[in-house]
Design a protein around this ligand. Structure first.
Ligand code: 4FL
Length: 247
């Protein structure tokens, strides 16, 4: 997958692109990244990328021309049909559904806003999609862009998430993960759940599914409202409700 990143701070991406799963995806050529710095598309002596907001108020607004120059350069390099995505608190919520629907894309252009915002005329003219990674304001779209990059890249062929999802069909369902354990077997008298030591794959799978459903019910019940439950899930949910402790 080709990624064009429009940012004033390309160095912020070094940790992501050098280390871990994403670093390996870059090193192996599964992911190719080009950076486009709006400052390189300024024409004035001071290389100005922002200006004061019309109507007044605190903070600065990113100017159209430098962003437009950077996006045009990215589009000239991008595979045909590559969407331009702005990371912004005003965007639609980024979730695993957006990850899935963009896994087949050959390219993405991610635009990182800085300062208090981006001139709306740039957004209207150049941006296809606007994504938010959560309801908080950051100092820029760089960390959100890295969230999107990591979430997508780990599902590309030859990366870890891709192998996991091939092994485990429940990988993309709406439930939270079950609890994980590794050695030692006893730690300050806290034991490993016996089903995990039984060597019985059926028992292990049932225990994990029960715990995943229980956690989801307790912590994020809204995630279950869009799910259709199979026979095992129904049986486990009935057990969970039967075991419920009164408050
Ligand atoms: C972008 C916050 C996406 C959350 C400041 C500039 C942001 C953001 N999701 N904050 N961009």
């Amino acid at each position: 997958m080709w990624l064009g990143i429009v940012t004033l701070f390309p160095d912020m991406f070094e940790a992501l692109t050098r280390e871990g799963v994403f670093g390996r995806a870059v090193a192996s050529g599964v992911v190719n990244i080009d950076f486009y710095n709006p400052r390189d598309y300024t024409t004035d002596r001071h290389r100005t990328v922002d200006d004061r907001p019309y109507g007044g108020g605190a903070g600065m607004v990113m100017k159209v021309e430098p962003l437009q120059g950077a996006v045009m350069a990215a589009k000239a390099r991008a595979p045909a049909g590559t969407p331009v995505i702005l990371l912004s608190p005003q965007g639609q919520a980024f979730s695993q559904a957006e990850v899935s629907s963009h896994l087949d894309s050959v390219g993405l252009i991610l635009v990182c806003g800085r300062y208090e915002g981006v001139d709306e005329r740039f957004v209207r003219r150049w941006v296809d999609l606007e994504w938010s990674v959560g309801d908080y304001v950051l100092s820029g779209g760089e960390l959100p862009a890295m969230v999107v990059m990591d979430a997508i890249a780990r599902h590309l062929p030859g990366t870890l998430g891709n192998q996991l999802s091939a092994l485990d069909e429940s990988y993309l369902d709406a439930t939270l993960d079950y609890p994980h354990y590794t050695r030692p077997e006893t730690l300050a008298s806290e034991k490993i759940p016996p089903q995990l030591l039984s060597g019985d794959h059926g028992q292990v799978a049932k225990y994990r599914r029960r715990e995943a459903l229980k956690r989801t019910l307790n912590r994020r019940p809204e995630l279950l409202t869009t799910m259709t439950f199979g026979e095992l899930d129904r049986e486990l949910l009935l057990e969970i409700f039967a075991d419920r402790q009164p408050e």
